[in-house]
Design a protein around this ligand. Structure first.
Ligand code: F6R
Length: 605
């Protein structure tokens, strides 16, 4: 969703900010804008455009010099996508410029109050309220003006502010929306995502909620919204700028699917303890006594992360013998759930920013629950709010739809399940069996990726479908759910996922030659049951594509994947279906990395 990038230093700022905005494009947006301050007069110059960053770039005049600037990609919340509603927002005297991620909850009330005082609004946005509040403040310093404005604002924000009368600084603040400072040599940057900073510096400071910062070209200062100095020290970002590039692939999605053997290797690295056939998870903050006292596990996430959580729940229940289930975080937080002190809550989020998940975590913590995070982005809001957790170490995921993060999240759950299991009921032999299985995953994923050409041919045969059915049983059902989500997100083909056992309770009515079914058919104790479902479909002349450990006679096509331990099979069975979705979308000419209407981090309700 919305993105912020800002710079103060000696370089020509506009190209640098535009390049930063391009790095944020993957998050999803509908308009963009930029403000720079004129090196001589200090006057603010602004350009905004509905559409892509390249539309904004086309509007930036040749003479647009400046060495300080802020820029933004907007995802509309208050007010439709338009030039006017794009950020930055300036006051009528063109002195104050604000870019904002998040939502001002009391914007309507503040707007009415300001209008009653004679303020004329240019846009329909909630953000413009912040601009006017800052511009009207009588405080002496920019920091104090911003602080005064923030005092009356309710809601979430990551903001960056420039002021023509305080040309030597950018003031930024965070409450619930990421703000990351990039510390350079005689230059400072700010962004809502490391992706926009990494080409310039790997030294970063991630602001906490309630924290502000003043950036000058050769200095930065952090403090709380009430003015207490916080003295934040920079950390080094682990990833190279190249991790955010396409690396020779045509799309980020393809790159990220291909990276999975390495990504899985990374999530396993340093965590396996062969001496006790268990797993060490450094950041869990859960001692064995506490682990033994857990009576239930509740996993919360949205979309793909929820699907990973469903597999996670079955891994934990199966190995640690603790009743476990997963629920969409977006539903959980609105149903006034019973919060039980003996339940371990686990929040799953690739971005660590998803608002519904964050809100669920905050609600749980307020009620005294223990919450762990299973998160990819290090230092993200959910990772910080949680009492402990497991990083999934998938590396930066740029494509809007998740692939490698999903896989790594499931592997992280398998590690957690072994860890909890070995403290409770999982035997040494079973611990060893699962660990050996985990170690086989990278090579087995590679084997599946090598079938890409065959899967591409299959995709061409199924791309004309108007709708597709995905079925799986028990462990295979979340695989079906995730595969159907992936297909619909990027190909826009309607898809449904059902437990195979539920077919005859309704969806069988849909089966006919024009509705193909993708069936997850592992070689496990449910093989015969799954085969029976294939018979039912075949008897209704349905086309079947099976993902199985051996050719399935009843299927029109079978993608054969390598066998691992039963518990870990879902990890492998999902991989060919990522490729199937990818090649189907490619055959249909879709914008794979940026599917319509979707954003990478859903930071609003
Ligand atoms: C789908 C996808 C989304 C996200 C969901 C939660 O491919 O990526 O369904 O999984 O929006 O996002 P995170 O995991 O960042 O909390």
């Amino acid at each position: 969703m919305c993105g912020i990038v800002g710079y103060i230093g000696r370089r020509d700022v506009a190209p640098l900010l535009l390049e930063g905005l391009q790095r944020l494009e993957y998050r999803g947006y509908d308009s963009a804008g930029i403000v720079v301050n004129s090196p001589k007069s200090g006057a603010l110059k602004m350009v905004k455009a509905k559409g892509r960053v390249r539309d904004l770039e086309a509007r930036v005049p040749k003479r647009f010099a400046g060495t300080t600037g802020i820029a933004h990609t907007r995802w509309a919340t208050h007010g439709a996508p338009s030039d006017i509603n794009s950020h930055p927002h300036l006051d009528p005297e063109n002195k104050v410029a604000v870019v904002h991620n998040g939502i001002v909850d009391n914007a309507a009330e503040l707007r009415a109050k300001l209008e009653a005082e004679g303020v004329v609004f240019a846009s329909e946005t909630d953000t413009e309220v912040i601009t006017h509040l800052i511009a009207r403040s009588q405080a002496e310093s920019l920091e104090e003006k911003v602080r005064e404005a923030l005092k009356v604002i309710e809601g979430t924000y990551g903001i960056a502010v420039m002021h023509a009368d305080f040309a030597d600084r950018i003031v930024v603040a965070r409450n619930g929306s990421p703000v990351i400072l990039g510390i350079g040599e005689k230059e400072m940057l700010v962004a809502s995502d490391v992706a926009a900073l990494i080409a310039h510096t790997r030294q970063v400071v991630t602001l906490n909620d309630g924290e502000m910062a003043t950036l000058k070209a050769d200095d930065f200062r952090t403090y709380t919204t009430s003015g207490t100095t916080t003295n934040a020290t920079p950390e080094t970002v682990e990833w190279e700028a190249a991790s955010y590039d396409m690396g020779g692939h045509d799309t980020y999605m393809h790159k990220e699917i291909s990276e999975q053997p390495d990504a899985v290797d990374r999530v396993l690295r340093g965590r396996i303890d062969d001496r006790f056939n268990t797993v060490h998870l450094g950041g869990l903050n859960l001692d064995p006594r506490e682990a033994r006292a857990i009576r239930r596990v509740k996993i919360l996430g949205c979309g793909t992360s929820y699907h990973a959580g469903l597999i996670g729940a079955s891994l934990i229940e199966g190995m640690a013998r603790i009743p476990a289930d997963a629920e969409p975080a977006s539903e959980f937080r609105y149903r006034n759930p019973v919060v039980d002190p003996d339940t371990l809550y686990i929040a799953v989020s690739q971005s660590g920013e998803t608002y519904d998940v964050l809100a669920a975590v905050q609600e749980l913590k307020r009620k005294g629950a223990r919450v762990l995070g299973v998160v990819n982005v290090v230092g993200s809001a959910i990772a910080r709010e949680a009492d402990g957790g497991v990083y999934v170490h998938a590396g930066p995921e740029v494509c809007v739809v998740s692939t490698k993060c999903f896989t790594n999240t499931v592997v992280a759950f398998a590690l957690l399940a072994v860890h909890l299991g070995r403290i409770r009921d999982l035997s040494v032999t079973d611990g060893k069996r699962i660990i050996e299985g985990l170690r086989k995953l990278p090579a087995q994923i590679q084997e599946i990726l090598e079938q890409e050409e065959d899967i591409k041919k299959l995709a061409a045969q199924y791309a004309d479908a108007k709708s597709m059915m995905f079925i799986g049983r028990v462990r295979g059902y979340p695989v079906a759910l995730e595969a159907s989500l992936k297909l619909k997100e990027i190909s826009y083909i309607h898809a449904e996922a059902y437990p195979a056992s539920e077919l005859k309770h309704g969806p069988l009515a849909l089966i006919e030659p024009s509705l193909p079914t993708v069936a997850i058919v592992p070689d496990d104790d449910l093989l015969e049951k799954n085969r029976a479902a294939l018979e039912e479909i075949k008897a209704r002349s349905g086309r079947i594509l099976a993902v199985a450990h051996r050719e399935q006679e009843k299927a029109d096509h079978t993608i054969v994947v390598p066998k691992n331990e039963d518990e870990l099979d879902p990890i492998l069975m999902g991989i060919p279906l990522q490729l199937l979705a990818y090649h189907t979308a490619l055959a249909l000419g879709r914008d794979i990395d940026k599917p319509r209407n979707l954003a990478k981090s859903v930071t609003v309700e």
